[in-house]
Write a protein that binds this ligand. Structure first.
Ligand SMILES: [Zn+2]
Length: 416
């Protein structure tokens, strides 16, 4: 078989296109394939589809295709232009590539698979033998395609979370579908406007379909949700893991303060105990049990605070918000009377947000899915090692966590 026929077949090049020439450069490790079309062929205007004769050609363009064995393979062609009475001079569409892409559709599909499977973007880039910018170009196009194809689905349970972009102060707001475990929206900052931008993108049917929104006790998210979701006061659920995290932090503050005070008196009772107080009673490893039992017996503020945290776990077992509220009121009373300042403070916070803490009993949702996604996002951050900008970070989140249909529609050649 002649190389021209061989390439026509493996590229799936069809009438009116044909392979005109093939050049193999062994030294350079590349194959170049020129594609041309029959002179009298008609071309569709990309706007209206009207069939028109070729007016002239655009400059020759080059597309990177799947490798032929290990040879980098490039297609070359001059794209015909038509003069549409309604739309003016336009380039016809070629069946092997999307407009503006420097890769063929098959190469883009392959690249999407490789990027998805690789543990680092740099690794994917090396395997594909494309540049860093080309890799991001493929990912950006894939995400854009995926987002534009996205149906206006109704999402019943939303999770809103903040994500630190860089150590310190840069935050992103991530909205996810708790049932599908997909990221629906990524916005800069963690302000009211960050979340509002998402709600604004929803139809009124979609806003009404939201049954509950899980979030941390964060006023900007609360305000945005109150403004946009009908009957939001019954639907906002302050996430139980975040609630327990706040209480856990209070316990840790108590420990730090008490440890400092004890050390001043030459007592090292609390030295090296930080992690012991982070465990729940049931999850404490056996090897720590004897020491921890001693600590609990000692008359420590830290032990009291820890016991409060343990007892708060019972809150999540209630099935009725009314009963949960009575329990939480008692708990807050206990914490307030304890005269342990960090516990009093956290009780104040919980009291102020009580109605939307106990909504958990009605909806029983948590950001646990979102937290899972968060660790996925952390991994994305690590494996991209060095996002030059926030846009790249956003693109990567949508690419890996958006549940999007990323592939270009394949019109030519073997599909997979
Ligand atoms: Zn037209």
């Amino acid at each position: 078989m002649r190389d021209i026929d061989f390439y026509a077949q493996i590229l799936g090049i069809d009438h009116p296109w044909h392979v005109d020439d093939v050049k193999l450069q062994t030294e350079a490790g590349r194959v170049d394939v020129w594609i041309d079309h029959e002179p009298g062929a008609l071309w569709a205007c990309p706007e209206c589809g009207r069939e028109l004769a070729c007016r002239d050609h655009a400059e020759e363009r080059t597309w990177r295709h799947l490798d032929t064995c290990q040879f980098k393979t490039f297609l070359h062609a001059r794209i015909p232009r038509v003069n549409c009475p309604d739309h003016g001079v336009r380039q016809a569409q070629v069946p092997w590539a999307a407009p503006h892409s420097r890769f063929t559709l098959l190469m883009e599909r392959m690249a999407i698979d490789v990027i998805s499977a690789c543990s680092t973007i740099e690794g994917a880039r090396k395997l594909l033998r494309i540049s860093w910018d080309e890799t991001w170009g493929i990912m950006e196009r894939a995400v854009k395609r995926g987002l534009s194809r996205k149906e206006q689905r109704k999402i019943h349970y939303l999770g809103v979370d903040e994500k630190a972009f860089r150590k310190g102060h840069k935050y992103m707001t991530v909205v996810c579908d708790l049932m599908r475990g997909t990221v629906e929206h990524v916005a800069e900052d963690r302000r009211t406007a960050s979340l509002e931008a998402y709600y604004q993108s929803l139809s009124s049917e979609q806003l009404e379909a939201v049954r509950a929104v899980s979030m941390d006790m964060w006023q900007p998210y609360f305000s945005a949700t109150m403004k946009w979701i009908p009957e939001a006061s019954r639907k906002i659920v302050f996430d139980r893991f975040h609630v327990m995290q706040h209480v856990g932090k209070a316990v840790d503050t108590v420990r730090r303060q008490e440890h400092k005070a004890l050390m001043a008196e030459g007592e090292s009772t609390l030295k090296g105990t930080r992690y012991l107080w982070l465990y729940g009673e049931s999850r404490l490893p056996d090897k720590h049990k004897p020491r921890f039992d001693d600590l609990k017996q000692a008359n420590l503020k830290t032990a009291k605070a820890w016991a409060m945290k343990e007892s708060l776990q019972d809150l999540w077992g209630y099935m009725s918000p009314g009963w949960a509220k009575r329990f939480l009121e008692r708990w807050c009373g206990w914490a307030t009377r304890s005269r342990i300042t960090p516990m009093k403070k956290v009780a104040q916070t919980l009291r102020a947000h009580m109605d939307n803490v106990v909504t958990f009993c009605r909806h029983r949702i948590t950001n646990a899915v979102a937290e899972g996604l968060n660790s996925k996002i952390m991994a994305i951050k690590r494996r991209a090692c060095g996002y030059r900008n926030k846009e790249h970070f956003k693109t990567a989140i949508y690419f890996f966590c958006g549940g999007l249909d990323l592939y270009p529609a394949c019109k030519t050649g073997a599909t997979h």
